[in-house]
Design a protein. Sequence first.
Length: 576
Amino acid sequence: MRNTHSQVSVSIGPQNDSVHPASRRTPELMVGPLLRYVDADSATVWVQTDRACRVTVRCDDQLVTEATWSVHGRNFALIVLTGLAPGSALPYALELDGEPTWPSELAEGEAVRPQSVIRTLPEGASPGRRTRIAFGSCYRAGDLSPEVSKELGADSLVALSRFMMSIDTSEWPDVLCLLGDQVYADNGPESLAEHLTREDDGQLHAVDFGQYAILYEEAWTQPDVQWLLSTVPTCMILDDHDLRDDWNTSSAWRHEAAQNPHWNRIVEGALSSYCVYQHLGNLSPAQLADNVVFNALRSTRDEAGRDEFLRRFALDSDRHPEQARWSFERNFGLAHLVMVDTRCSRDLTETDRRLLDREEWRWVRDQVLESDAPHILIGTSLPVLMLPGIHQLEGWNEAVCAGRWGPRWARTGERIRRALDLEHWGAFRASFLDMVALARDAARKPHQPRTFTWLSGDVHSSYIGAGKLDDLPLSPMAITQLTMSPFRNPLPKAVRQAKKILGARTVASAFRWIAHRAKVDDTGLDWTIPHGPWFRNGVMTLDLTDDTAVALIDHAVIAEDGSHRLHRTATVELRA
């Protein structure tokens, strides 16, 4: 069993090394606050501080105080608030050792921002209810200077933050889904050269917890992004650049990666920092209460013990993925979101490759089929429905790598797989067919959902795919792929052009013929890409009511005055 949520009794109490001596100066925020989990009456707030202290959140006439816990020389707290008023916008403030810390003082010339609020979900099926889910992936941190913006383009998260400041609170997203590559651990910025490790490829890499922490600190402390993350709840899932490019793309890749003398340190640093910075905040208060890792970090008395516990957990999660679960689910009333880990839980057996091993897939399937929400959302960093030409190429490549055309082609296929990043759902045929079967089973439920939607990123482009099941062509359930990336990391022009070519119908037909020559069967699902692809930085929002689902595609632009703004590219209603 995957056991990060298993029932374990651990005594919780203040740690000796988390009590801030009065003689030391006032502690400061390093990162945060990040508003993470929110439901009708509870919320969690995550912070990183520069030293051990006591963190207090003031909200809705409540004061909740927690001692920080430290790992690898850094100090964290995840504060759980309960008993909040449903359907309310509740301002909150933060104190460190009793001193007001958030909202922070403005720097000279800095714009005034609204106070951070916790917007709890309404209780029950309120009339006229509405849910907005913003999402995207692939974020390279960098300032807003003309030089950096020329390389990275407009910053979508900054633009979203500034757009929110100009509209009413009721129009804000209810949640922001970060669908992978929250940091680029295998290609860090030159501005952090003194803090990272330059490996043989010439790139700056993070290879331990401290170096990964520096990347998170860089990404989440830009003032507009900091405010955004303090006031919009977030769901986060990892992708390859959170560890290494093409992570777990094949058994051959994994074997070669393990030859890197830093490999164990990389895995330890990546997964332990992912757990602390991203994963724990995905969990509800009830899940946190039963979470082995969270309880151990809060109860273990000495930092060395916590470091060792986290190190072993990270290595075990990589070597024995059945012992951990990074996937999670969130219920927003109108929408049930199942966030799927497509990196750690893979089965790389060449003759039976799966993006999710069988146990993980059973868990995902159960979450979807047991839900009675009118809108089913599956968050997966890797798109399920790719441009048709790429999908056919991935199916052919997997068959060839498995030996369908002999050993020489298998070796060639592996080189092509890595060179072209052929690692999406179509490159794991068994998992793709499982997903099609899940959509079919959802459509056959007595109370079928109105929409069945995949939210994805990764591919540095945005588009909408519309699908139809071959054996249920008249089903009223809309099957849709919504893909949005990057937040800030555009593709080179040559790669954009290559993707456009692969999206052409003639190219798709040619690759389909080649795939059939490799005995790759049809999938039982047909789809088109009626909107996109677009290649600019951006963010997409899914606007839901009981009866409707509308995708809002916004791309980021730099205005004449130098500000980063969102531009509405398209508004698309999702229909069967």
